[in-house]
Write a protein that binds this ligand. Structure first.
Ligand SMILES: Cc1cc2nc3c(=O)[nH]c(=O)nc-3n(C[C@H](O)[C@H](O)[C@H](O)COP(=O)(O)OP(=O)(O)OC[C@H]3O[C@@H](n4cnc5c(N)ncnc54)[C@H](O)[C@@H]3O)c2cc1C
Length: 436
């Protein structure tokens, strides 16, 4: 195995079987009175609790979650430098990545900012241990939040399966809202796509994967007319990989179709795929929309993570943004100042145009992504995708894209911004199509 695939400073590739994380005894106890209550103790809930303690919050913190335990239920991938705080937890690092379609492929890399994977079990353990060490936090698993009841000038009352709570501050970290009403509202104000995916951890008896490169997007799969469809392959060793079928579309994709795409991909792209065995499966759906709810929901009432719209609208990348949104909310709570916005205006504009393009012209997405990854300096693309792009980077990205296509998408996005009611949210975007 190449040295570049082993953990930089983390725990190294490990068997992908589900692992249950031990809960530190220091987090056990009753729900304290007048606590900062965090509803949802997943990625963002744990991040905001740690950030509050780091920023000097002295009130008790109570984390509530419907889950019964913490298992290795997912993994987060992102680009990061060696100095980035999350790098410490990475189990796998790729210094090269591939984007491919039926016509060709681009193999790129950036030594300074590799692509990394953090296993959920490592993340949960790290954050729970940090909270136990800091003291003053309790964790309540198996507690479901049923309703929030508004209280004038104060955080809402929380109705849970363990009783009614009166938080001093309420932070909603319950994950994405995927209900049709939210999607319809978001579509009326702009674009809304579901990033729908199914991943399979597979293992082979022979060396069949190349663990030196992550396949970010392989479009050489049977494409759907109304969505962007690709395979995402993360080999952690020559015999083990996470193979994911991903769709950006207005509707959800069935589990059967995702599985069929993975099977077809393995047959086509992996020699000796008949000997590949399924170890476990994971499923997810992330809303891609520029219409994110505000971090501040009301007096002493906040939202973080996907509940607060932390996923990048045009890509769905969320992990690093969740850490930043959690820190911004913790800073606002401890200082009383407004929360910092995650994105400057020019990123919001670009994301809006990208999202519009993806929802209007999914059949052209493969060619555009191949051009982007093939023609632009990988360091620039990585900075753009990791929210670190400068104005010059953004300009380079725009210049590499097909002008006519993006001008049309930009015009359509702008028109829609001015007059959202003009458009039927379900209808094809006639103006963009007419311009092409
Ligand atoms: C399989 C998978 C893989 C992913 N991979 C990546 C990746 O590689 N890179 C990336 O950037 N993003 C990725 N994401 C997207 C995103 O980063 C994750 O979904 C992330 O966990 C979202 O964090 P969150 O805290 O907002 O939600 P979650 O981590 O889902 O936490 C929400 C918590 O709220 C709890 N909850 C929900 N409802 C209630 C209720 N009523 N009462 C009490 N508790 C409740 C849930 O049990 C859960 O623990 C992935 C998502 C999934 C599902």
């Amino acid at each position: 195995m190449s040295a570049s695939t082993t953990g930089v400073a983390g725990s190294g590739p490990r068997p992908p079987q589900r692992e249950t994380v031990r809960i530190p005894s220091g987090l056990l106890g009753p729900v304290p009175r007048d606590a900062v209550v965090i509803a949802g103790a997943g990625c963002a809930g744990l991040a905001v609790a740690v950030a509050l303690r780091r920023r000097g919050e002295r009130r008790p913190i109570a984390l509530l979650d419907a889950r019964a335990d913490y298992t290795d239920d997912r993994e987060w991938c992102f680009w990061s430098t060696d100095e980035d705080p999350s790098t410490r937890l990475a189990s796998t690092t790729w210094r090269r990545w591939v984007v491919a379609d039926r016509t060709g492929s681009a193999l790129r890399g950036d030594e300074r900012t590799p692509y990394r994977m953090v296993r959920a079990a490592d993340y949960y353990r790290d954050r729970l241990d940090a909270l136990a060490r800091a003291g003053g936090t309790t964790l309540h698993l198996g507690v479901r939040v049923l309703a929030e009841r508004p209280r004038p000038g104060r955080a809402p009352e929380l109705v849970t399966t363990a009783g009614v709570l009166h938080p001093a501050v309420l932070i909603d970290a319950r994950g994405p809202r995927l209900d049709p009403r939210t999607a319809r509202r978001a579509r009326l104000r702009g674009s809304w796509l579901a990033q729908d995916f199914l991943g399979q951890w597979v293992e082979s008896a022979e060396d069949v994967f190349d663990p030196t490169a992550a396949v970010l997007m392989d479009f050489a799969t049977e494409a759907a007319a109304d969505s962007t469809t690709f395979l995402y392959v993360l080999p952690v060793s020559p015999r083990r990989a996470l193979v994911e079928s991903v769709t950006f579309g207005a509707a959800r994709t069935s589990t059967t179709l995702h599985r069929a795409r993975i099977e077809a991909h393995l047959r086509r792209a992996v020699p000796g795929a008949t000997a590949v065995r399924l170890v476990r499966e994971e499923r997810g759906c992330i809303p891609m929309t520029e219409h994110a709810p505000d971090a501040l929901a009301g007096p002493d009432h906040w939202r973080v993570g996907l509940a607060g719209g932390a996923a990048r609208p045009s890509t769905g990348y969320a992990f690093q943004r969740i850490q930043r949104s959690a820190d911004a909310v913790a800073a606002a709570i401890t200082t009383g100042r407004p929360a910092r916005s995650l994105d400057p205006w020019r990123r919001r504009v670009l994301d809006r145009v990208f999202l519009r393009f993806l929802s209007d012209r999914p059949e052209l997405a493969a060619a555009v992504f191949l051009r982007l990854f093939g023609a632009v300096d990988p360091a620039v693309v990585v900075r753009f995708l990791s929210d670190a792009g400068t104005m010059l980077d953004d300009l380079r990205i725009v210049l590499a894209l097909p002008k006519r296509l993006f001008l049309a998408a930009a015009r359509d996005a702008a028109l829609h911004w001015i007059d959202p009611a003009e458009e039927d949210p379900g209808a094809p975007h006639a103006r963009v199509r007419a311009a092409l």
